[in-house]
Every structure is written in structure tokens, then in C-alpha cells.
Design a protein around this ligand. Sequence first.
Ligand code: SF4
Length: 374
Amino acid sequence: MHDLKQYNNFEEVLKAYESFDFESYLQGVSDEDIQSSMKKENLTQFDFLNLISSKAKKYLEPMAQISKRHKIRHFGKVIQLYLPIYVSNYCSSDCEYCGFSKKNKITRKHLSEEELEREAKEIAKSGIKHILLLTGEARKIAGLEYLKMSVRVLKKYFSSISIEVYPLDTHEYKELKDIGVDGLTIYQEVYDRKIYHEVHTSGEKTNYDYRLEAPERGAEAGFRSINVGVLFGLGDIIKEAFYSAIHAKFLMDKHLDSEISLSMPRINKNAGEFAPKYNIDDATYVQVMLAYRLYMPMIGINVSTREKASFRDNLIDIGATKFSAGSKTDVGGYSDIDKSTAQFEISDERSVPVIASMIRSKGYEPVYKDWESL
Ligand code: SF4
């Protein structure tokens, strides 16, 4: 169980933990265990559990100091900036927590090539060079050919293109990689299989295993960066933090040519009425971020504009490496093409220059471009 490298795929890892008794383990965690985990150079997944235990809450300050050292050693004093572009909000799936769910009566929009070009031009004015392309899960409307058209347009304006779309086959990822996509973001949303099926009630997204294997398919297709994570609020916080951490570690160990990173989204208000069952408070959110960093010193950690401005500012020093800025979550939102409904409400509405100057005020450098695909 200790050595993740013995497993062929992440599904096997999850199976190995099926009967693991988290509660008993966490009850047995002592102060000595936590202090010993903090001192280690190479932490195991059980050290990670020690650090996210409730007993470890009193060690947030020393954990933050270690996390800061790791972050500066591996990333320098920089925060990379990116922007999401939503190109289509049609969706054939129903996810209880998402404003784009098929059942929601919202204004749907799908950008034409011309509209996409307008959006890209508008975003490019901010100086941002890293873009994240998002769609709903609607292969019939925003299929592979549409994605390829979108990538060709975005390539004219941005040096790095990542995608956050429905899971694809390896050869489809490869086709996108070959025309300029270099990063894949795909969250399992919730690793607990039972909850997964309770909140994903219809459509392609009900296929848990196909989604779980997508990061590996992306790495096999040759994407330079793979970003995974959970949507905090759907499942038990400890278990979901644990599974997301070992998923990232498993990918890091197995796919040495891809940079693996984690995102930490938590549920925000959307067009539906979804109330998260497992709220993660700010202190626990910070604790999980610190534990991610101590367990995987080289992991990239993304924090989006779902988080409040003042909260995000404080994460710069302790663990975050990548920020979205000036984001819109509606299709056509940057150039005010016929208004569509947003996926969720943004908490940090500051523009790119304002966020960049806040980053500088903290002694860090905002990075607009650190990659150019050839
Ligand atoms: S999370 Fe994705 S698949 Fe689910 S409803 Fe929203 S856009 Fe569709």
C-alpha cells in the first residue's frame, strides 16, 4: 500500500484503499507522528494523512514555513497567471452542482469562429499568454472538430493552451496536442464512487472510470502539463484530499515527462440550488494546501477566482503557484457577445493588472508566459 509505483493504474490504487479505515487511522495520529512527518524529506501517503488530521491544525504555522521554503526552492518567487475562456455552455450531462447542467433553464451559447476570434483578441489585450479552453460536455455540439477550430484560433493569440473539456480518447488528445494544446485539466470532482453517481445523474459524465483514466490518457498523448483535483464540498474532506493527493503523486511517479499540478476548487453559487454537504472552511483549505506541498514539494497548485480576493492574496506565500485573473465564466463574457448564463459566481473580480500589482506587492513576480508551443 505504501508504494504507489506497484500499481498499474489509479483504479488499482483506489481498490487497495477500499477497506482502509480512515477514522481509526486518524484517531491514532499523535503529536509525535505529525512532528515526525513534518521533518521528513520524503513523505508517504500516511504522512500526508497525519498532516491533514484535525490534530495537525495546531501546526499550520510551522507547516506554512516549510511549504514556503519548498515553493521558493522549486518555483522561485513567481505566480503564473492564466485566464479561462468558455466557448460553449451546452451540456448533455446533469451534475447537481453545476449551472450548465442540461436540466437548468439557462441561456445557452456556442461561439462561432468569428466570435471566438473576438473573445481571444479581447483577452489578449490583458497581456495573458496562458489560456484555458472550457466547454460543457456536449460532443454533438462542441465535438473534436470544434475544439480543433478553437485551438487554431487561440494559437494566434496565446503561447500556451490548456483544455478543460469532456474526457477524450488518447488519439483525440494526441490530435489536439499535435495542433498546439499543451495542458489538460480534468477533475474527478469526487473520488467516492457512490457520491459520484449521486451527483452525476445523467449523460456522459456518469462514466466514473473513463473520467478517472483521462489524466493518464492525456499524459500518454504527451501533454506537457496535467492538472487534477476534486471539487471540495461533494465528498468527505479528508478522504477526497487524500485521494486527490495520491492521484497526483501516482501520476508524478509514473509520467515523468508531464508536470502534474493540483487545483483546489470548492463549490460556489451557481444557477442550480445545490447545497454542498461537506463544507471546507478556510483553515482546513489552507491545511490541505500545505499538506499537498509538504507531501509533493514540486507540485503546482492552482487557485481560481472562485476564492475571495483577500483569501487568495494570503495563499501566495504559502503554497499557490498559479492564479486565474480577470475571469469570466459565461460564454462570450470578455467581449460581451450576447450574454449567456455563467457557470458559477466569481468571488475575486479583480482585473489582470490589479492582481499582477498585488502579486508584486507581496514580493513575487507575475508570470504571463513561461511556455511557447512550437
Ligand atoms: S460539470 Fe461539466 S458535465 Fe457537469 S453539468 Fe457542468 S459542464 Fe456539464
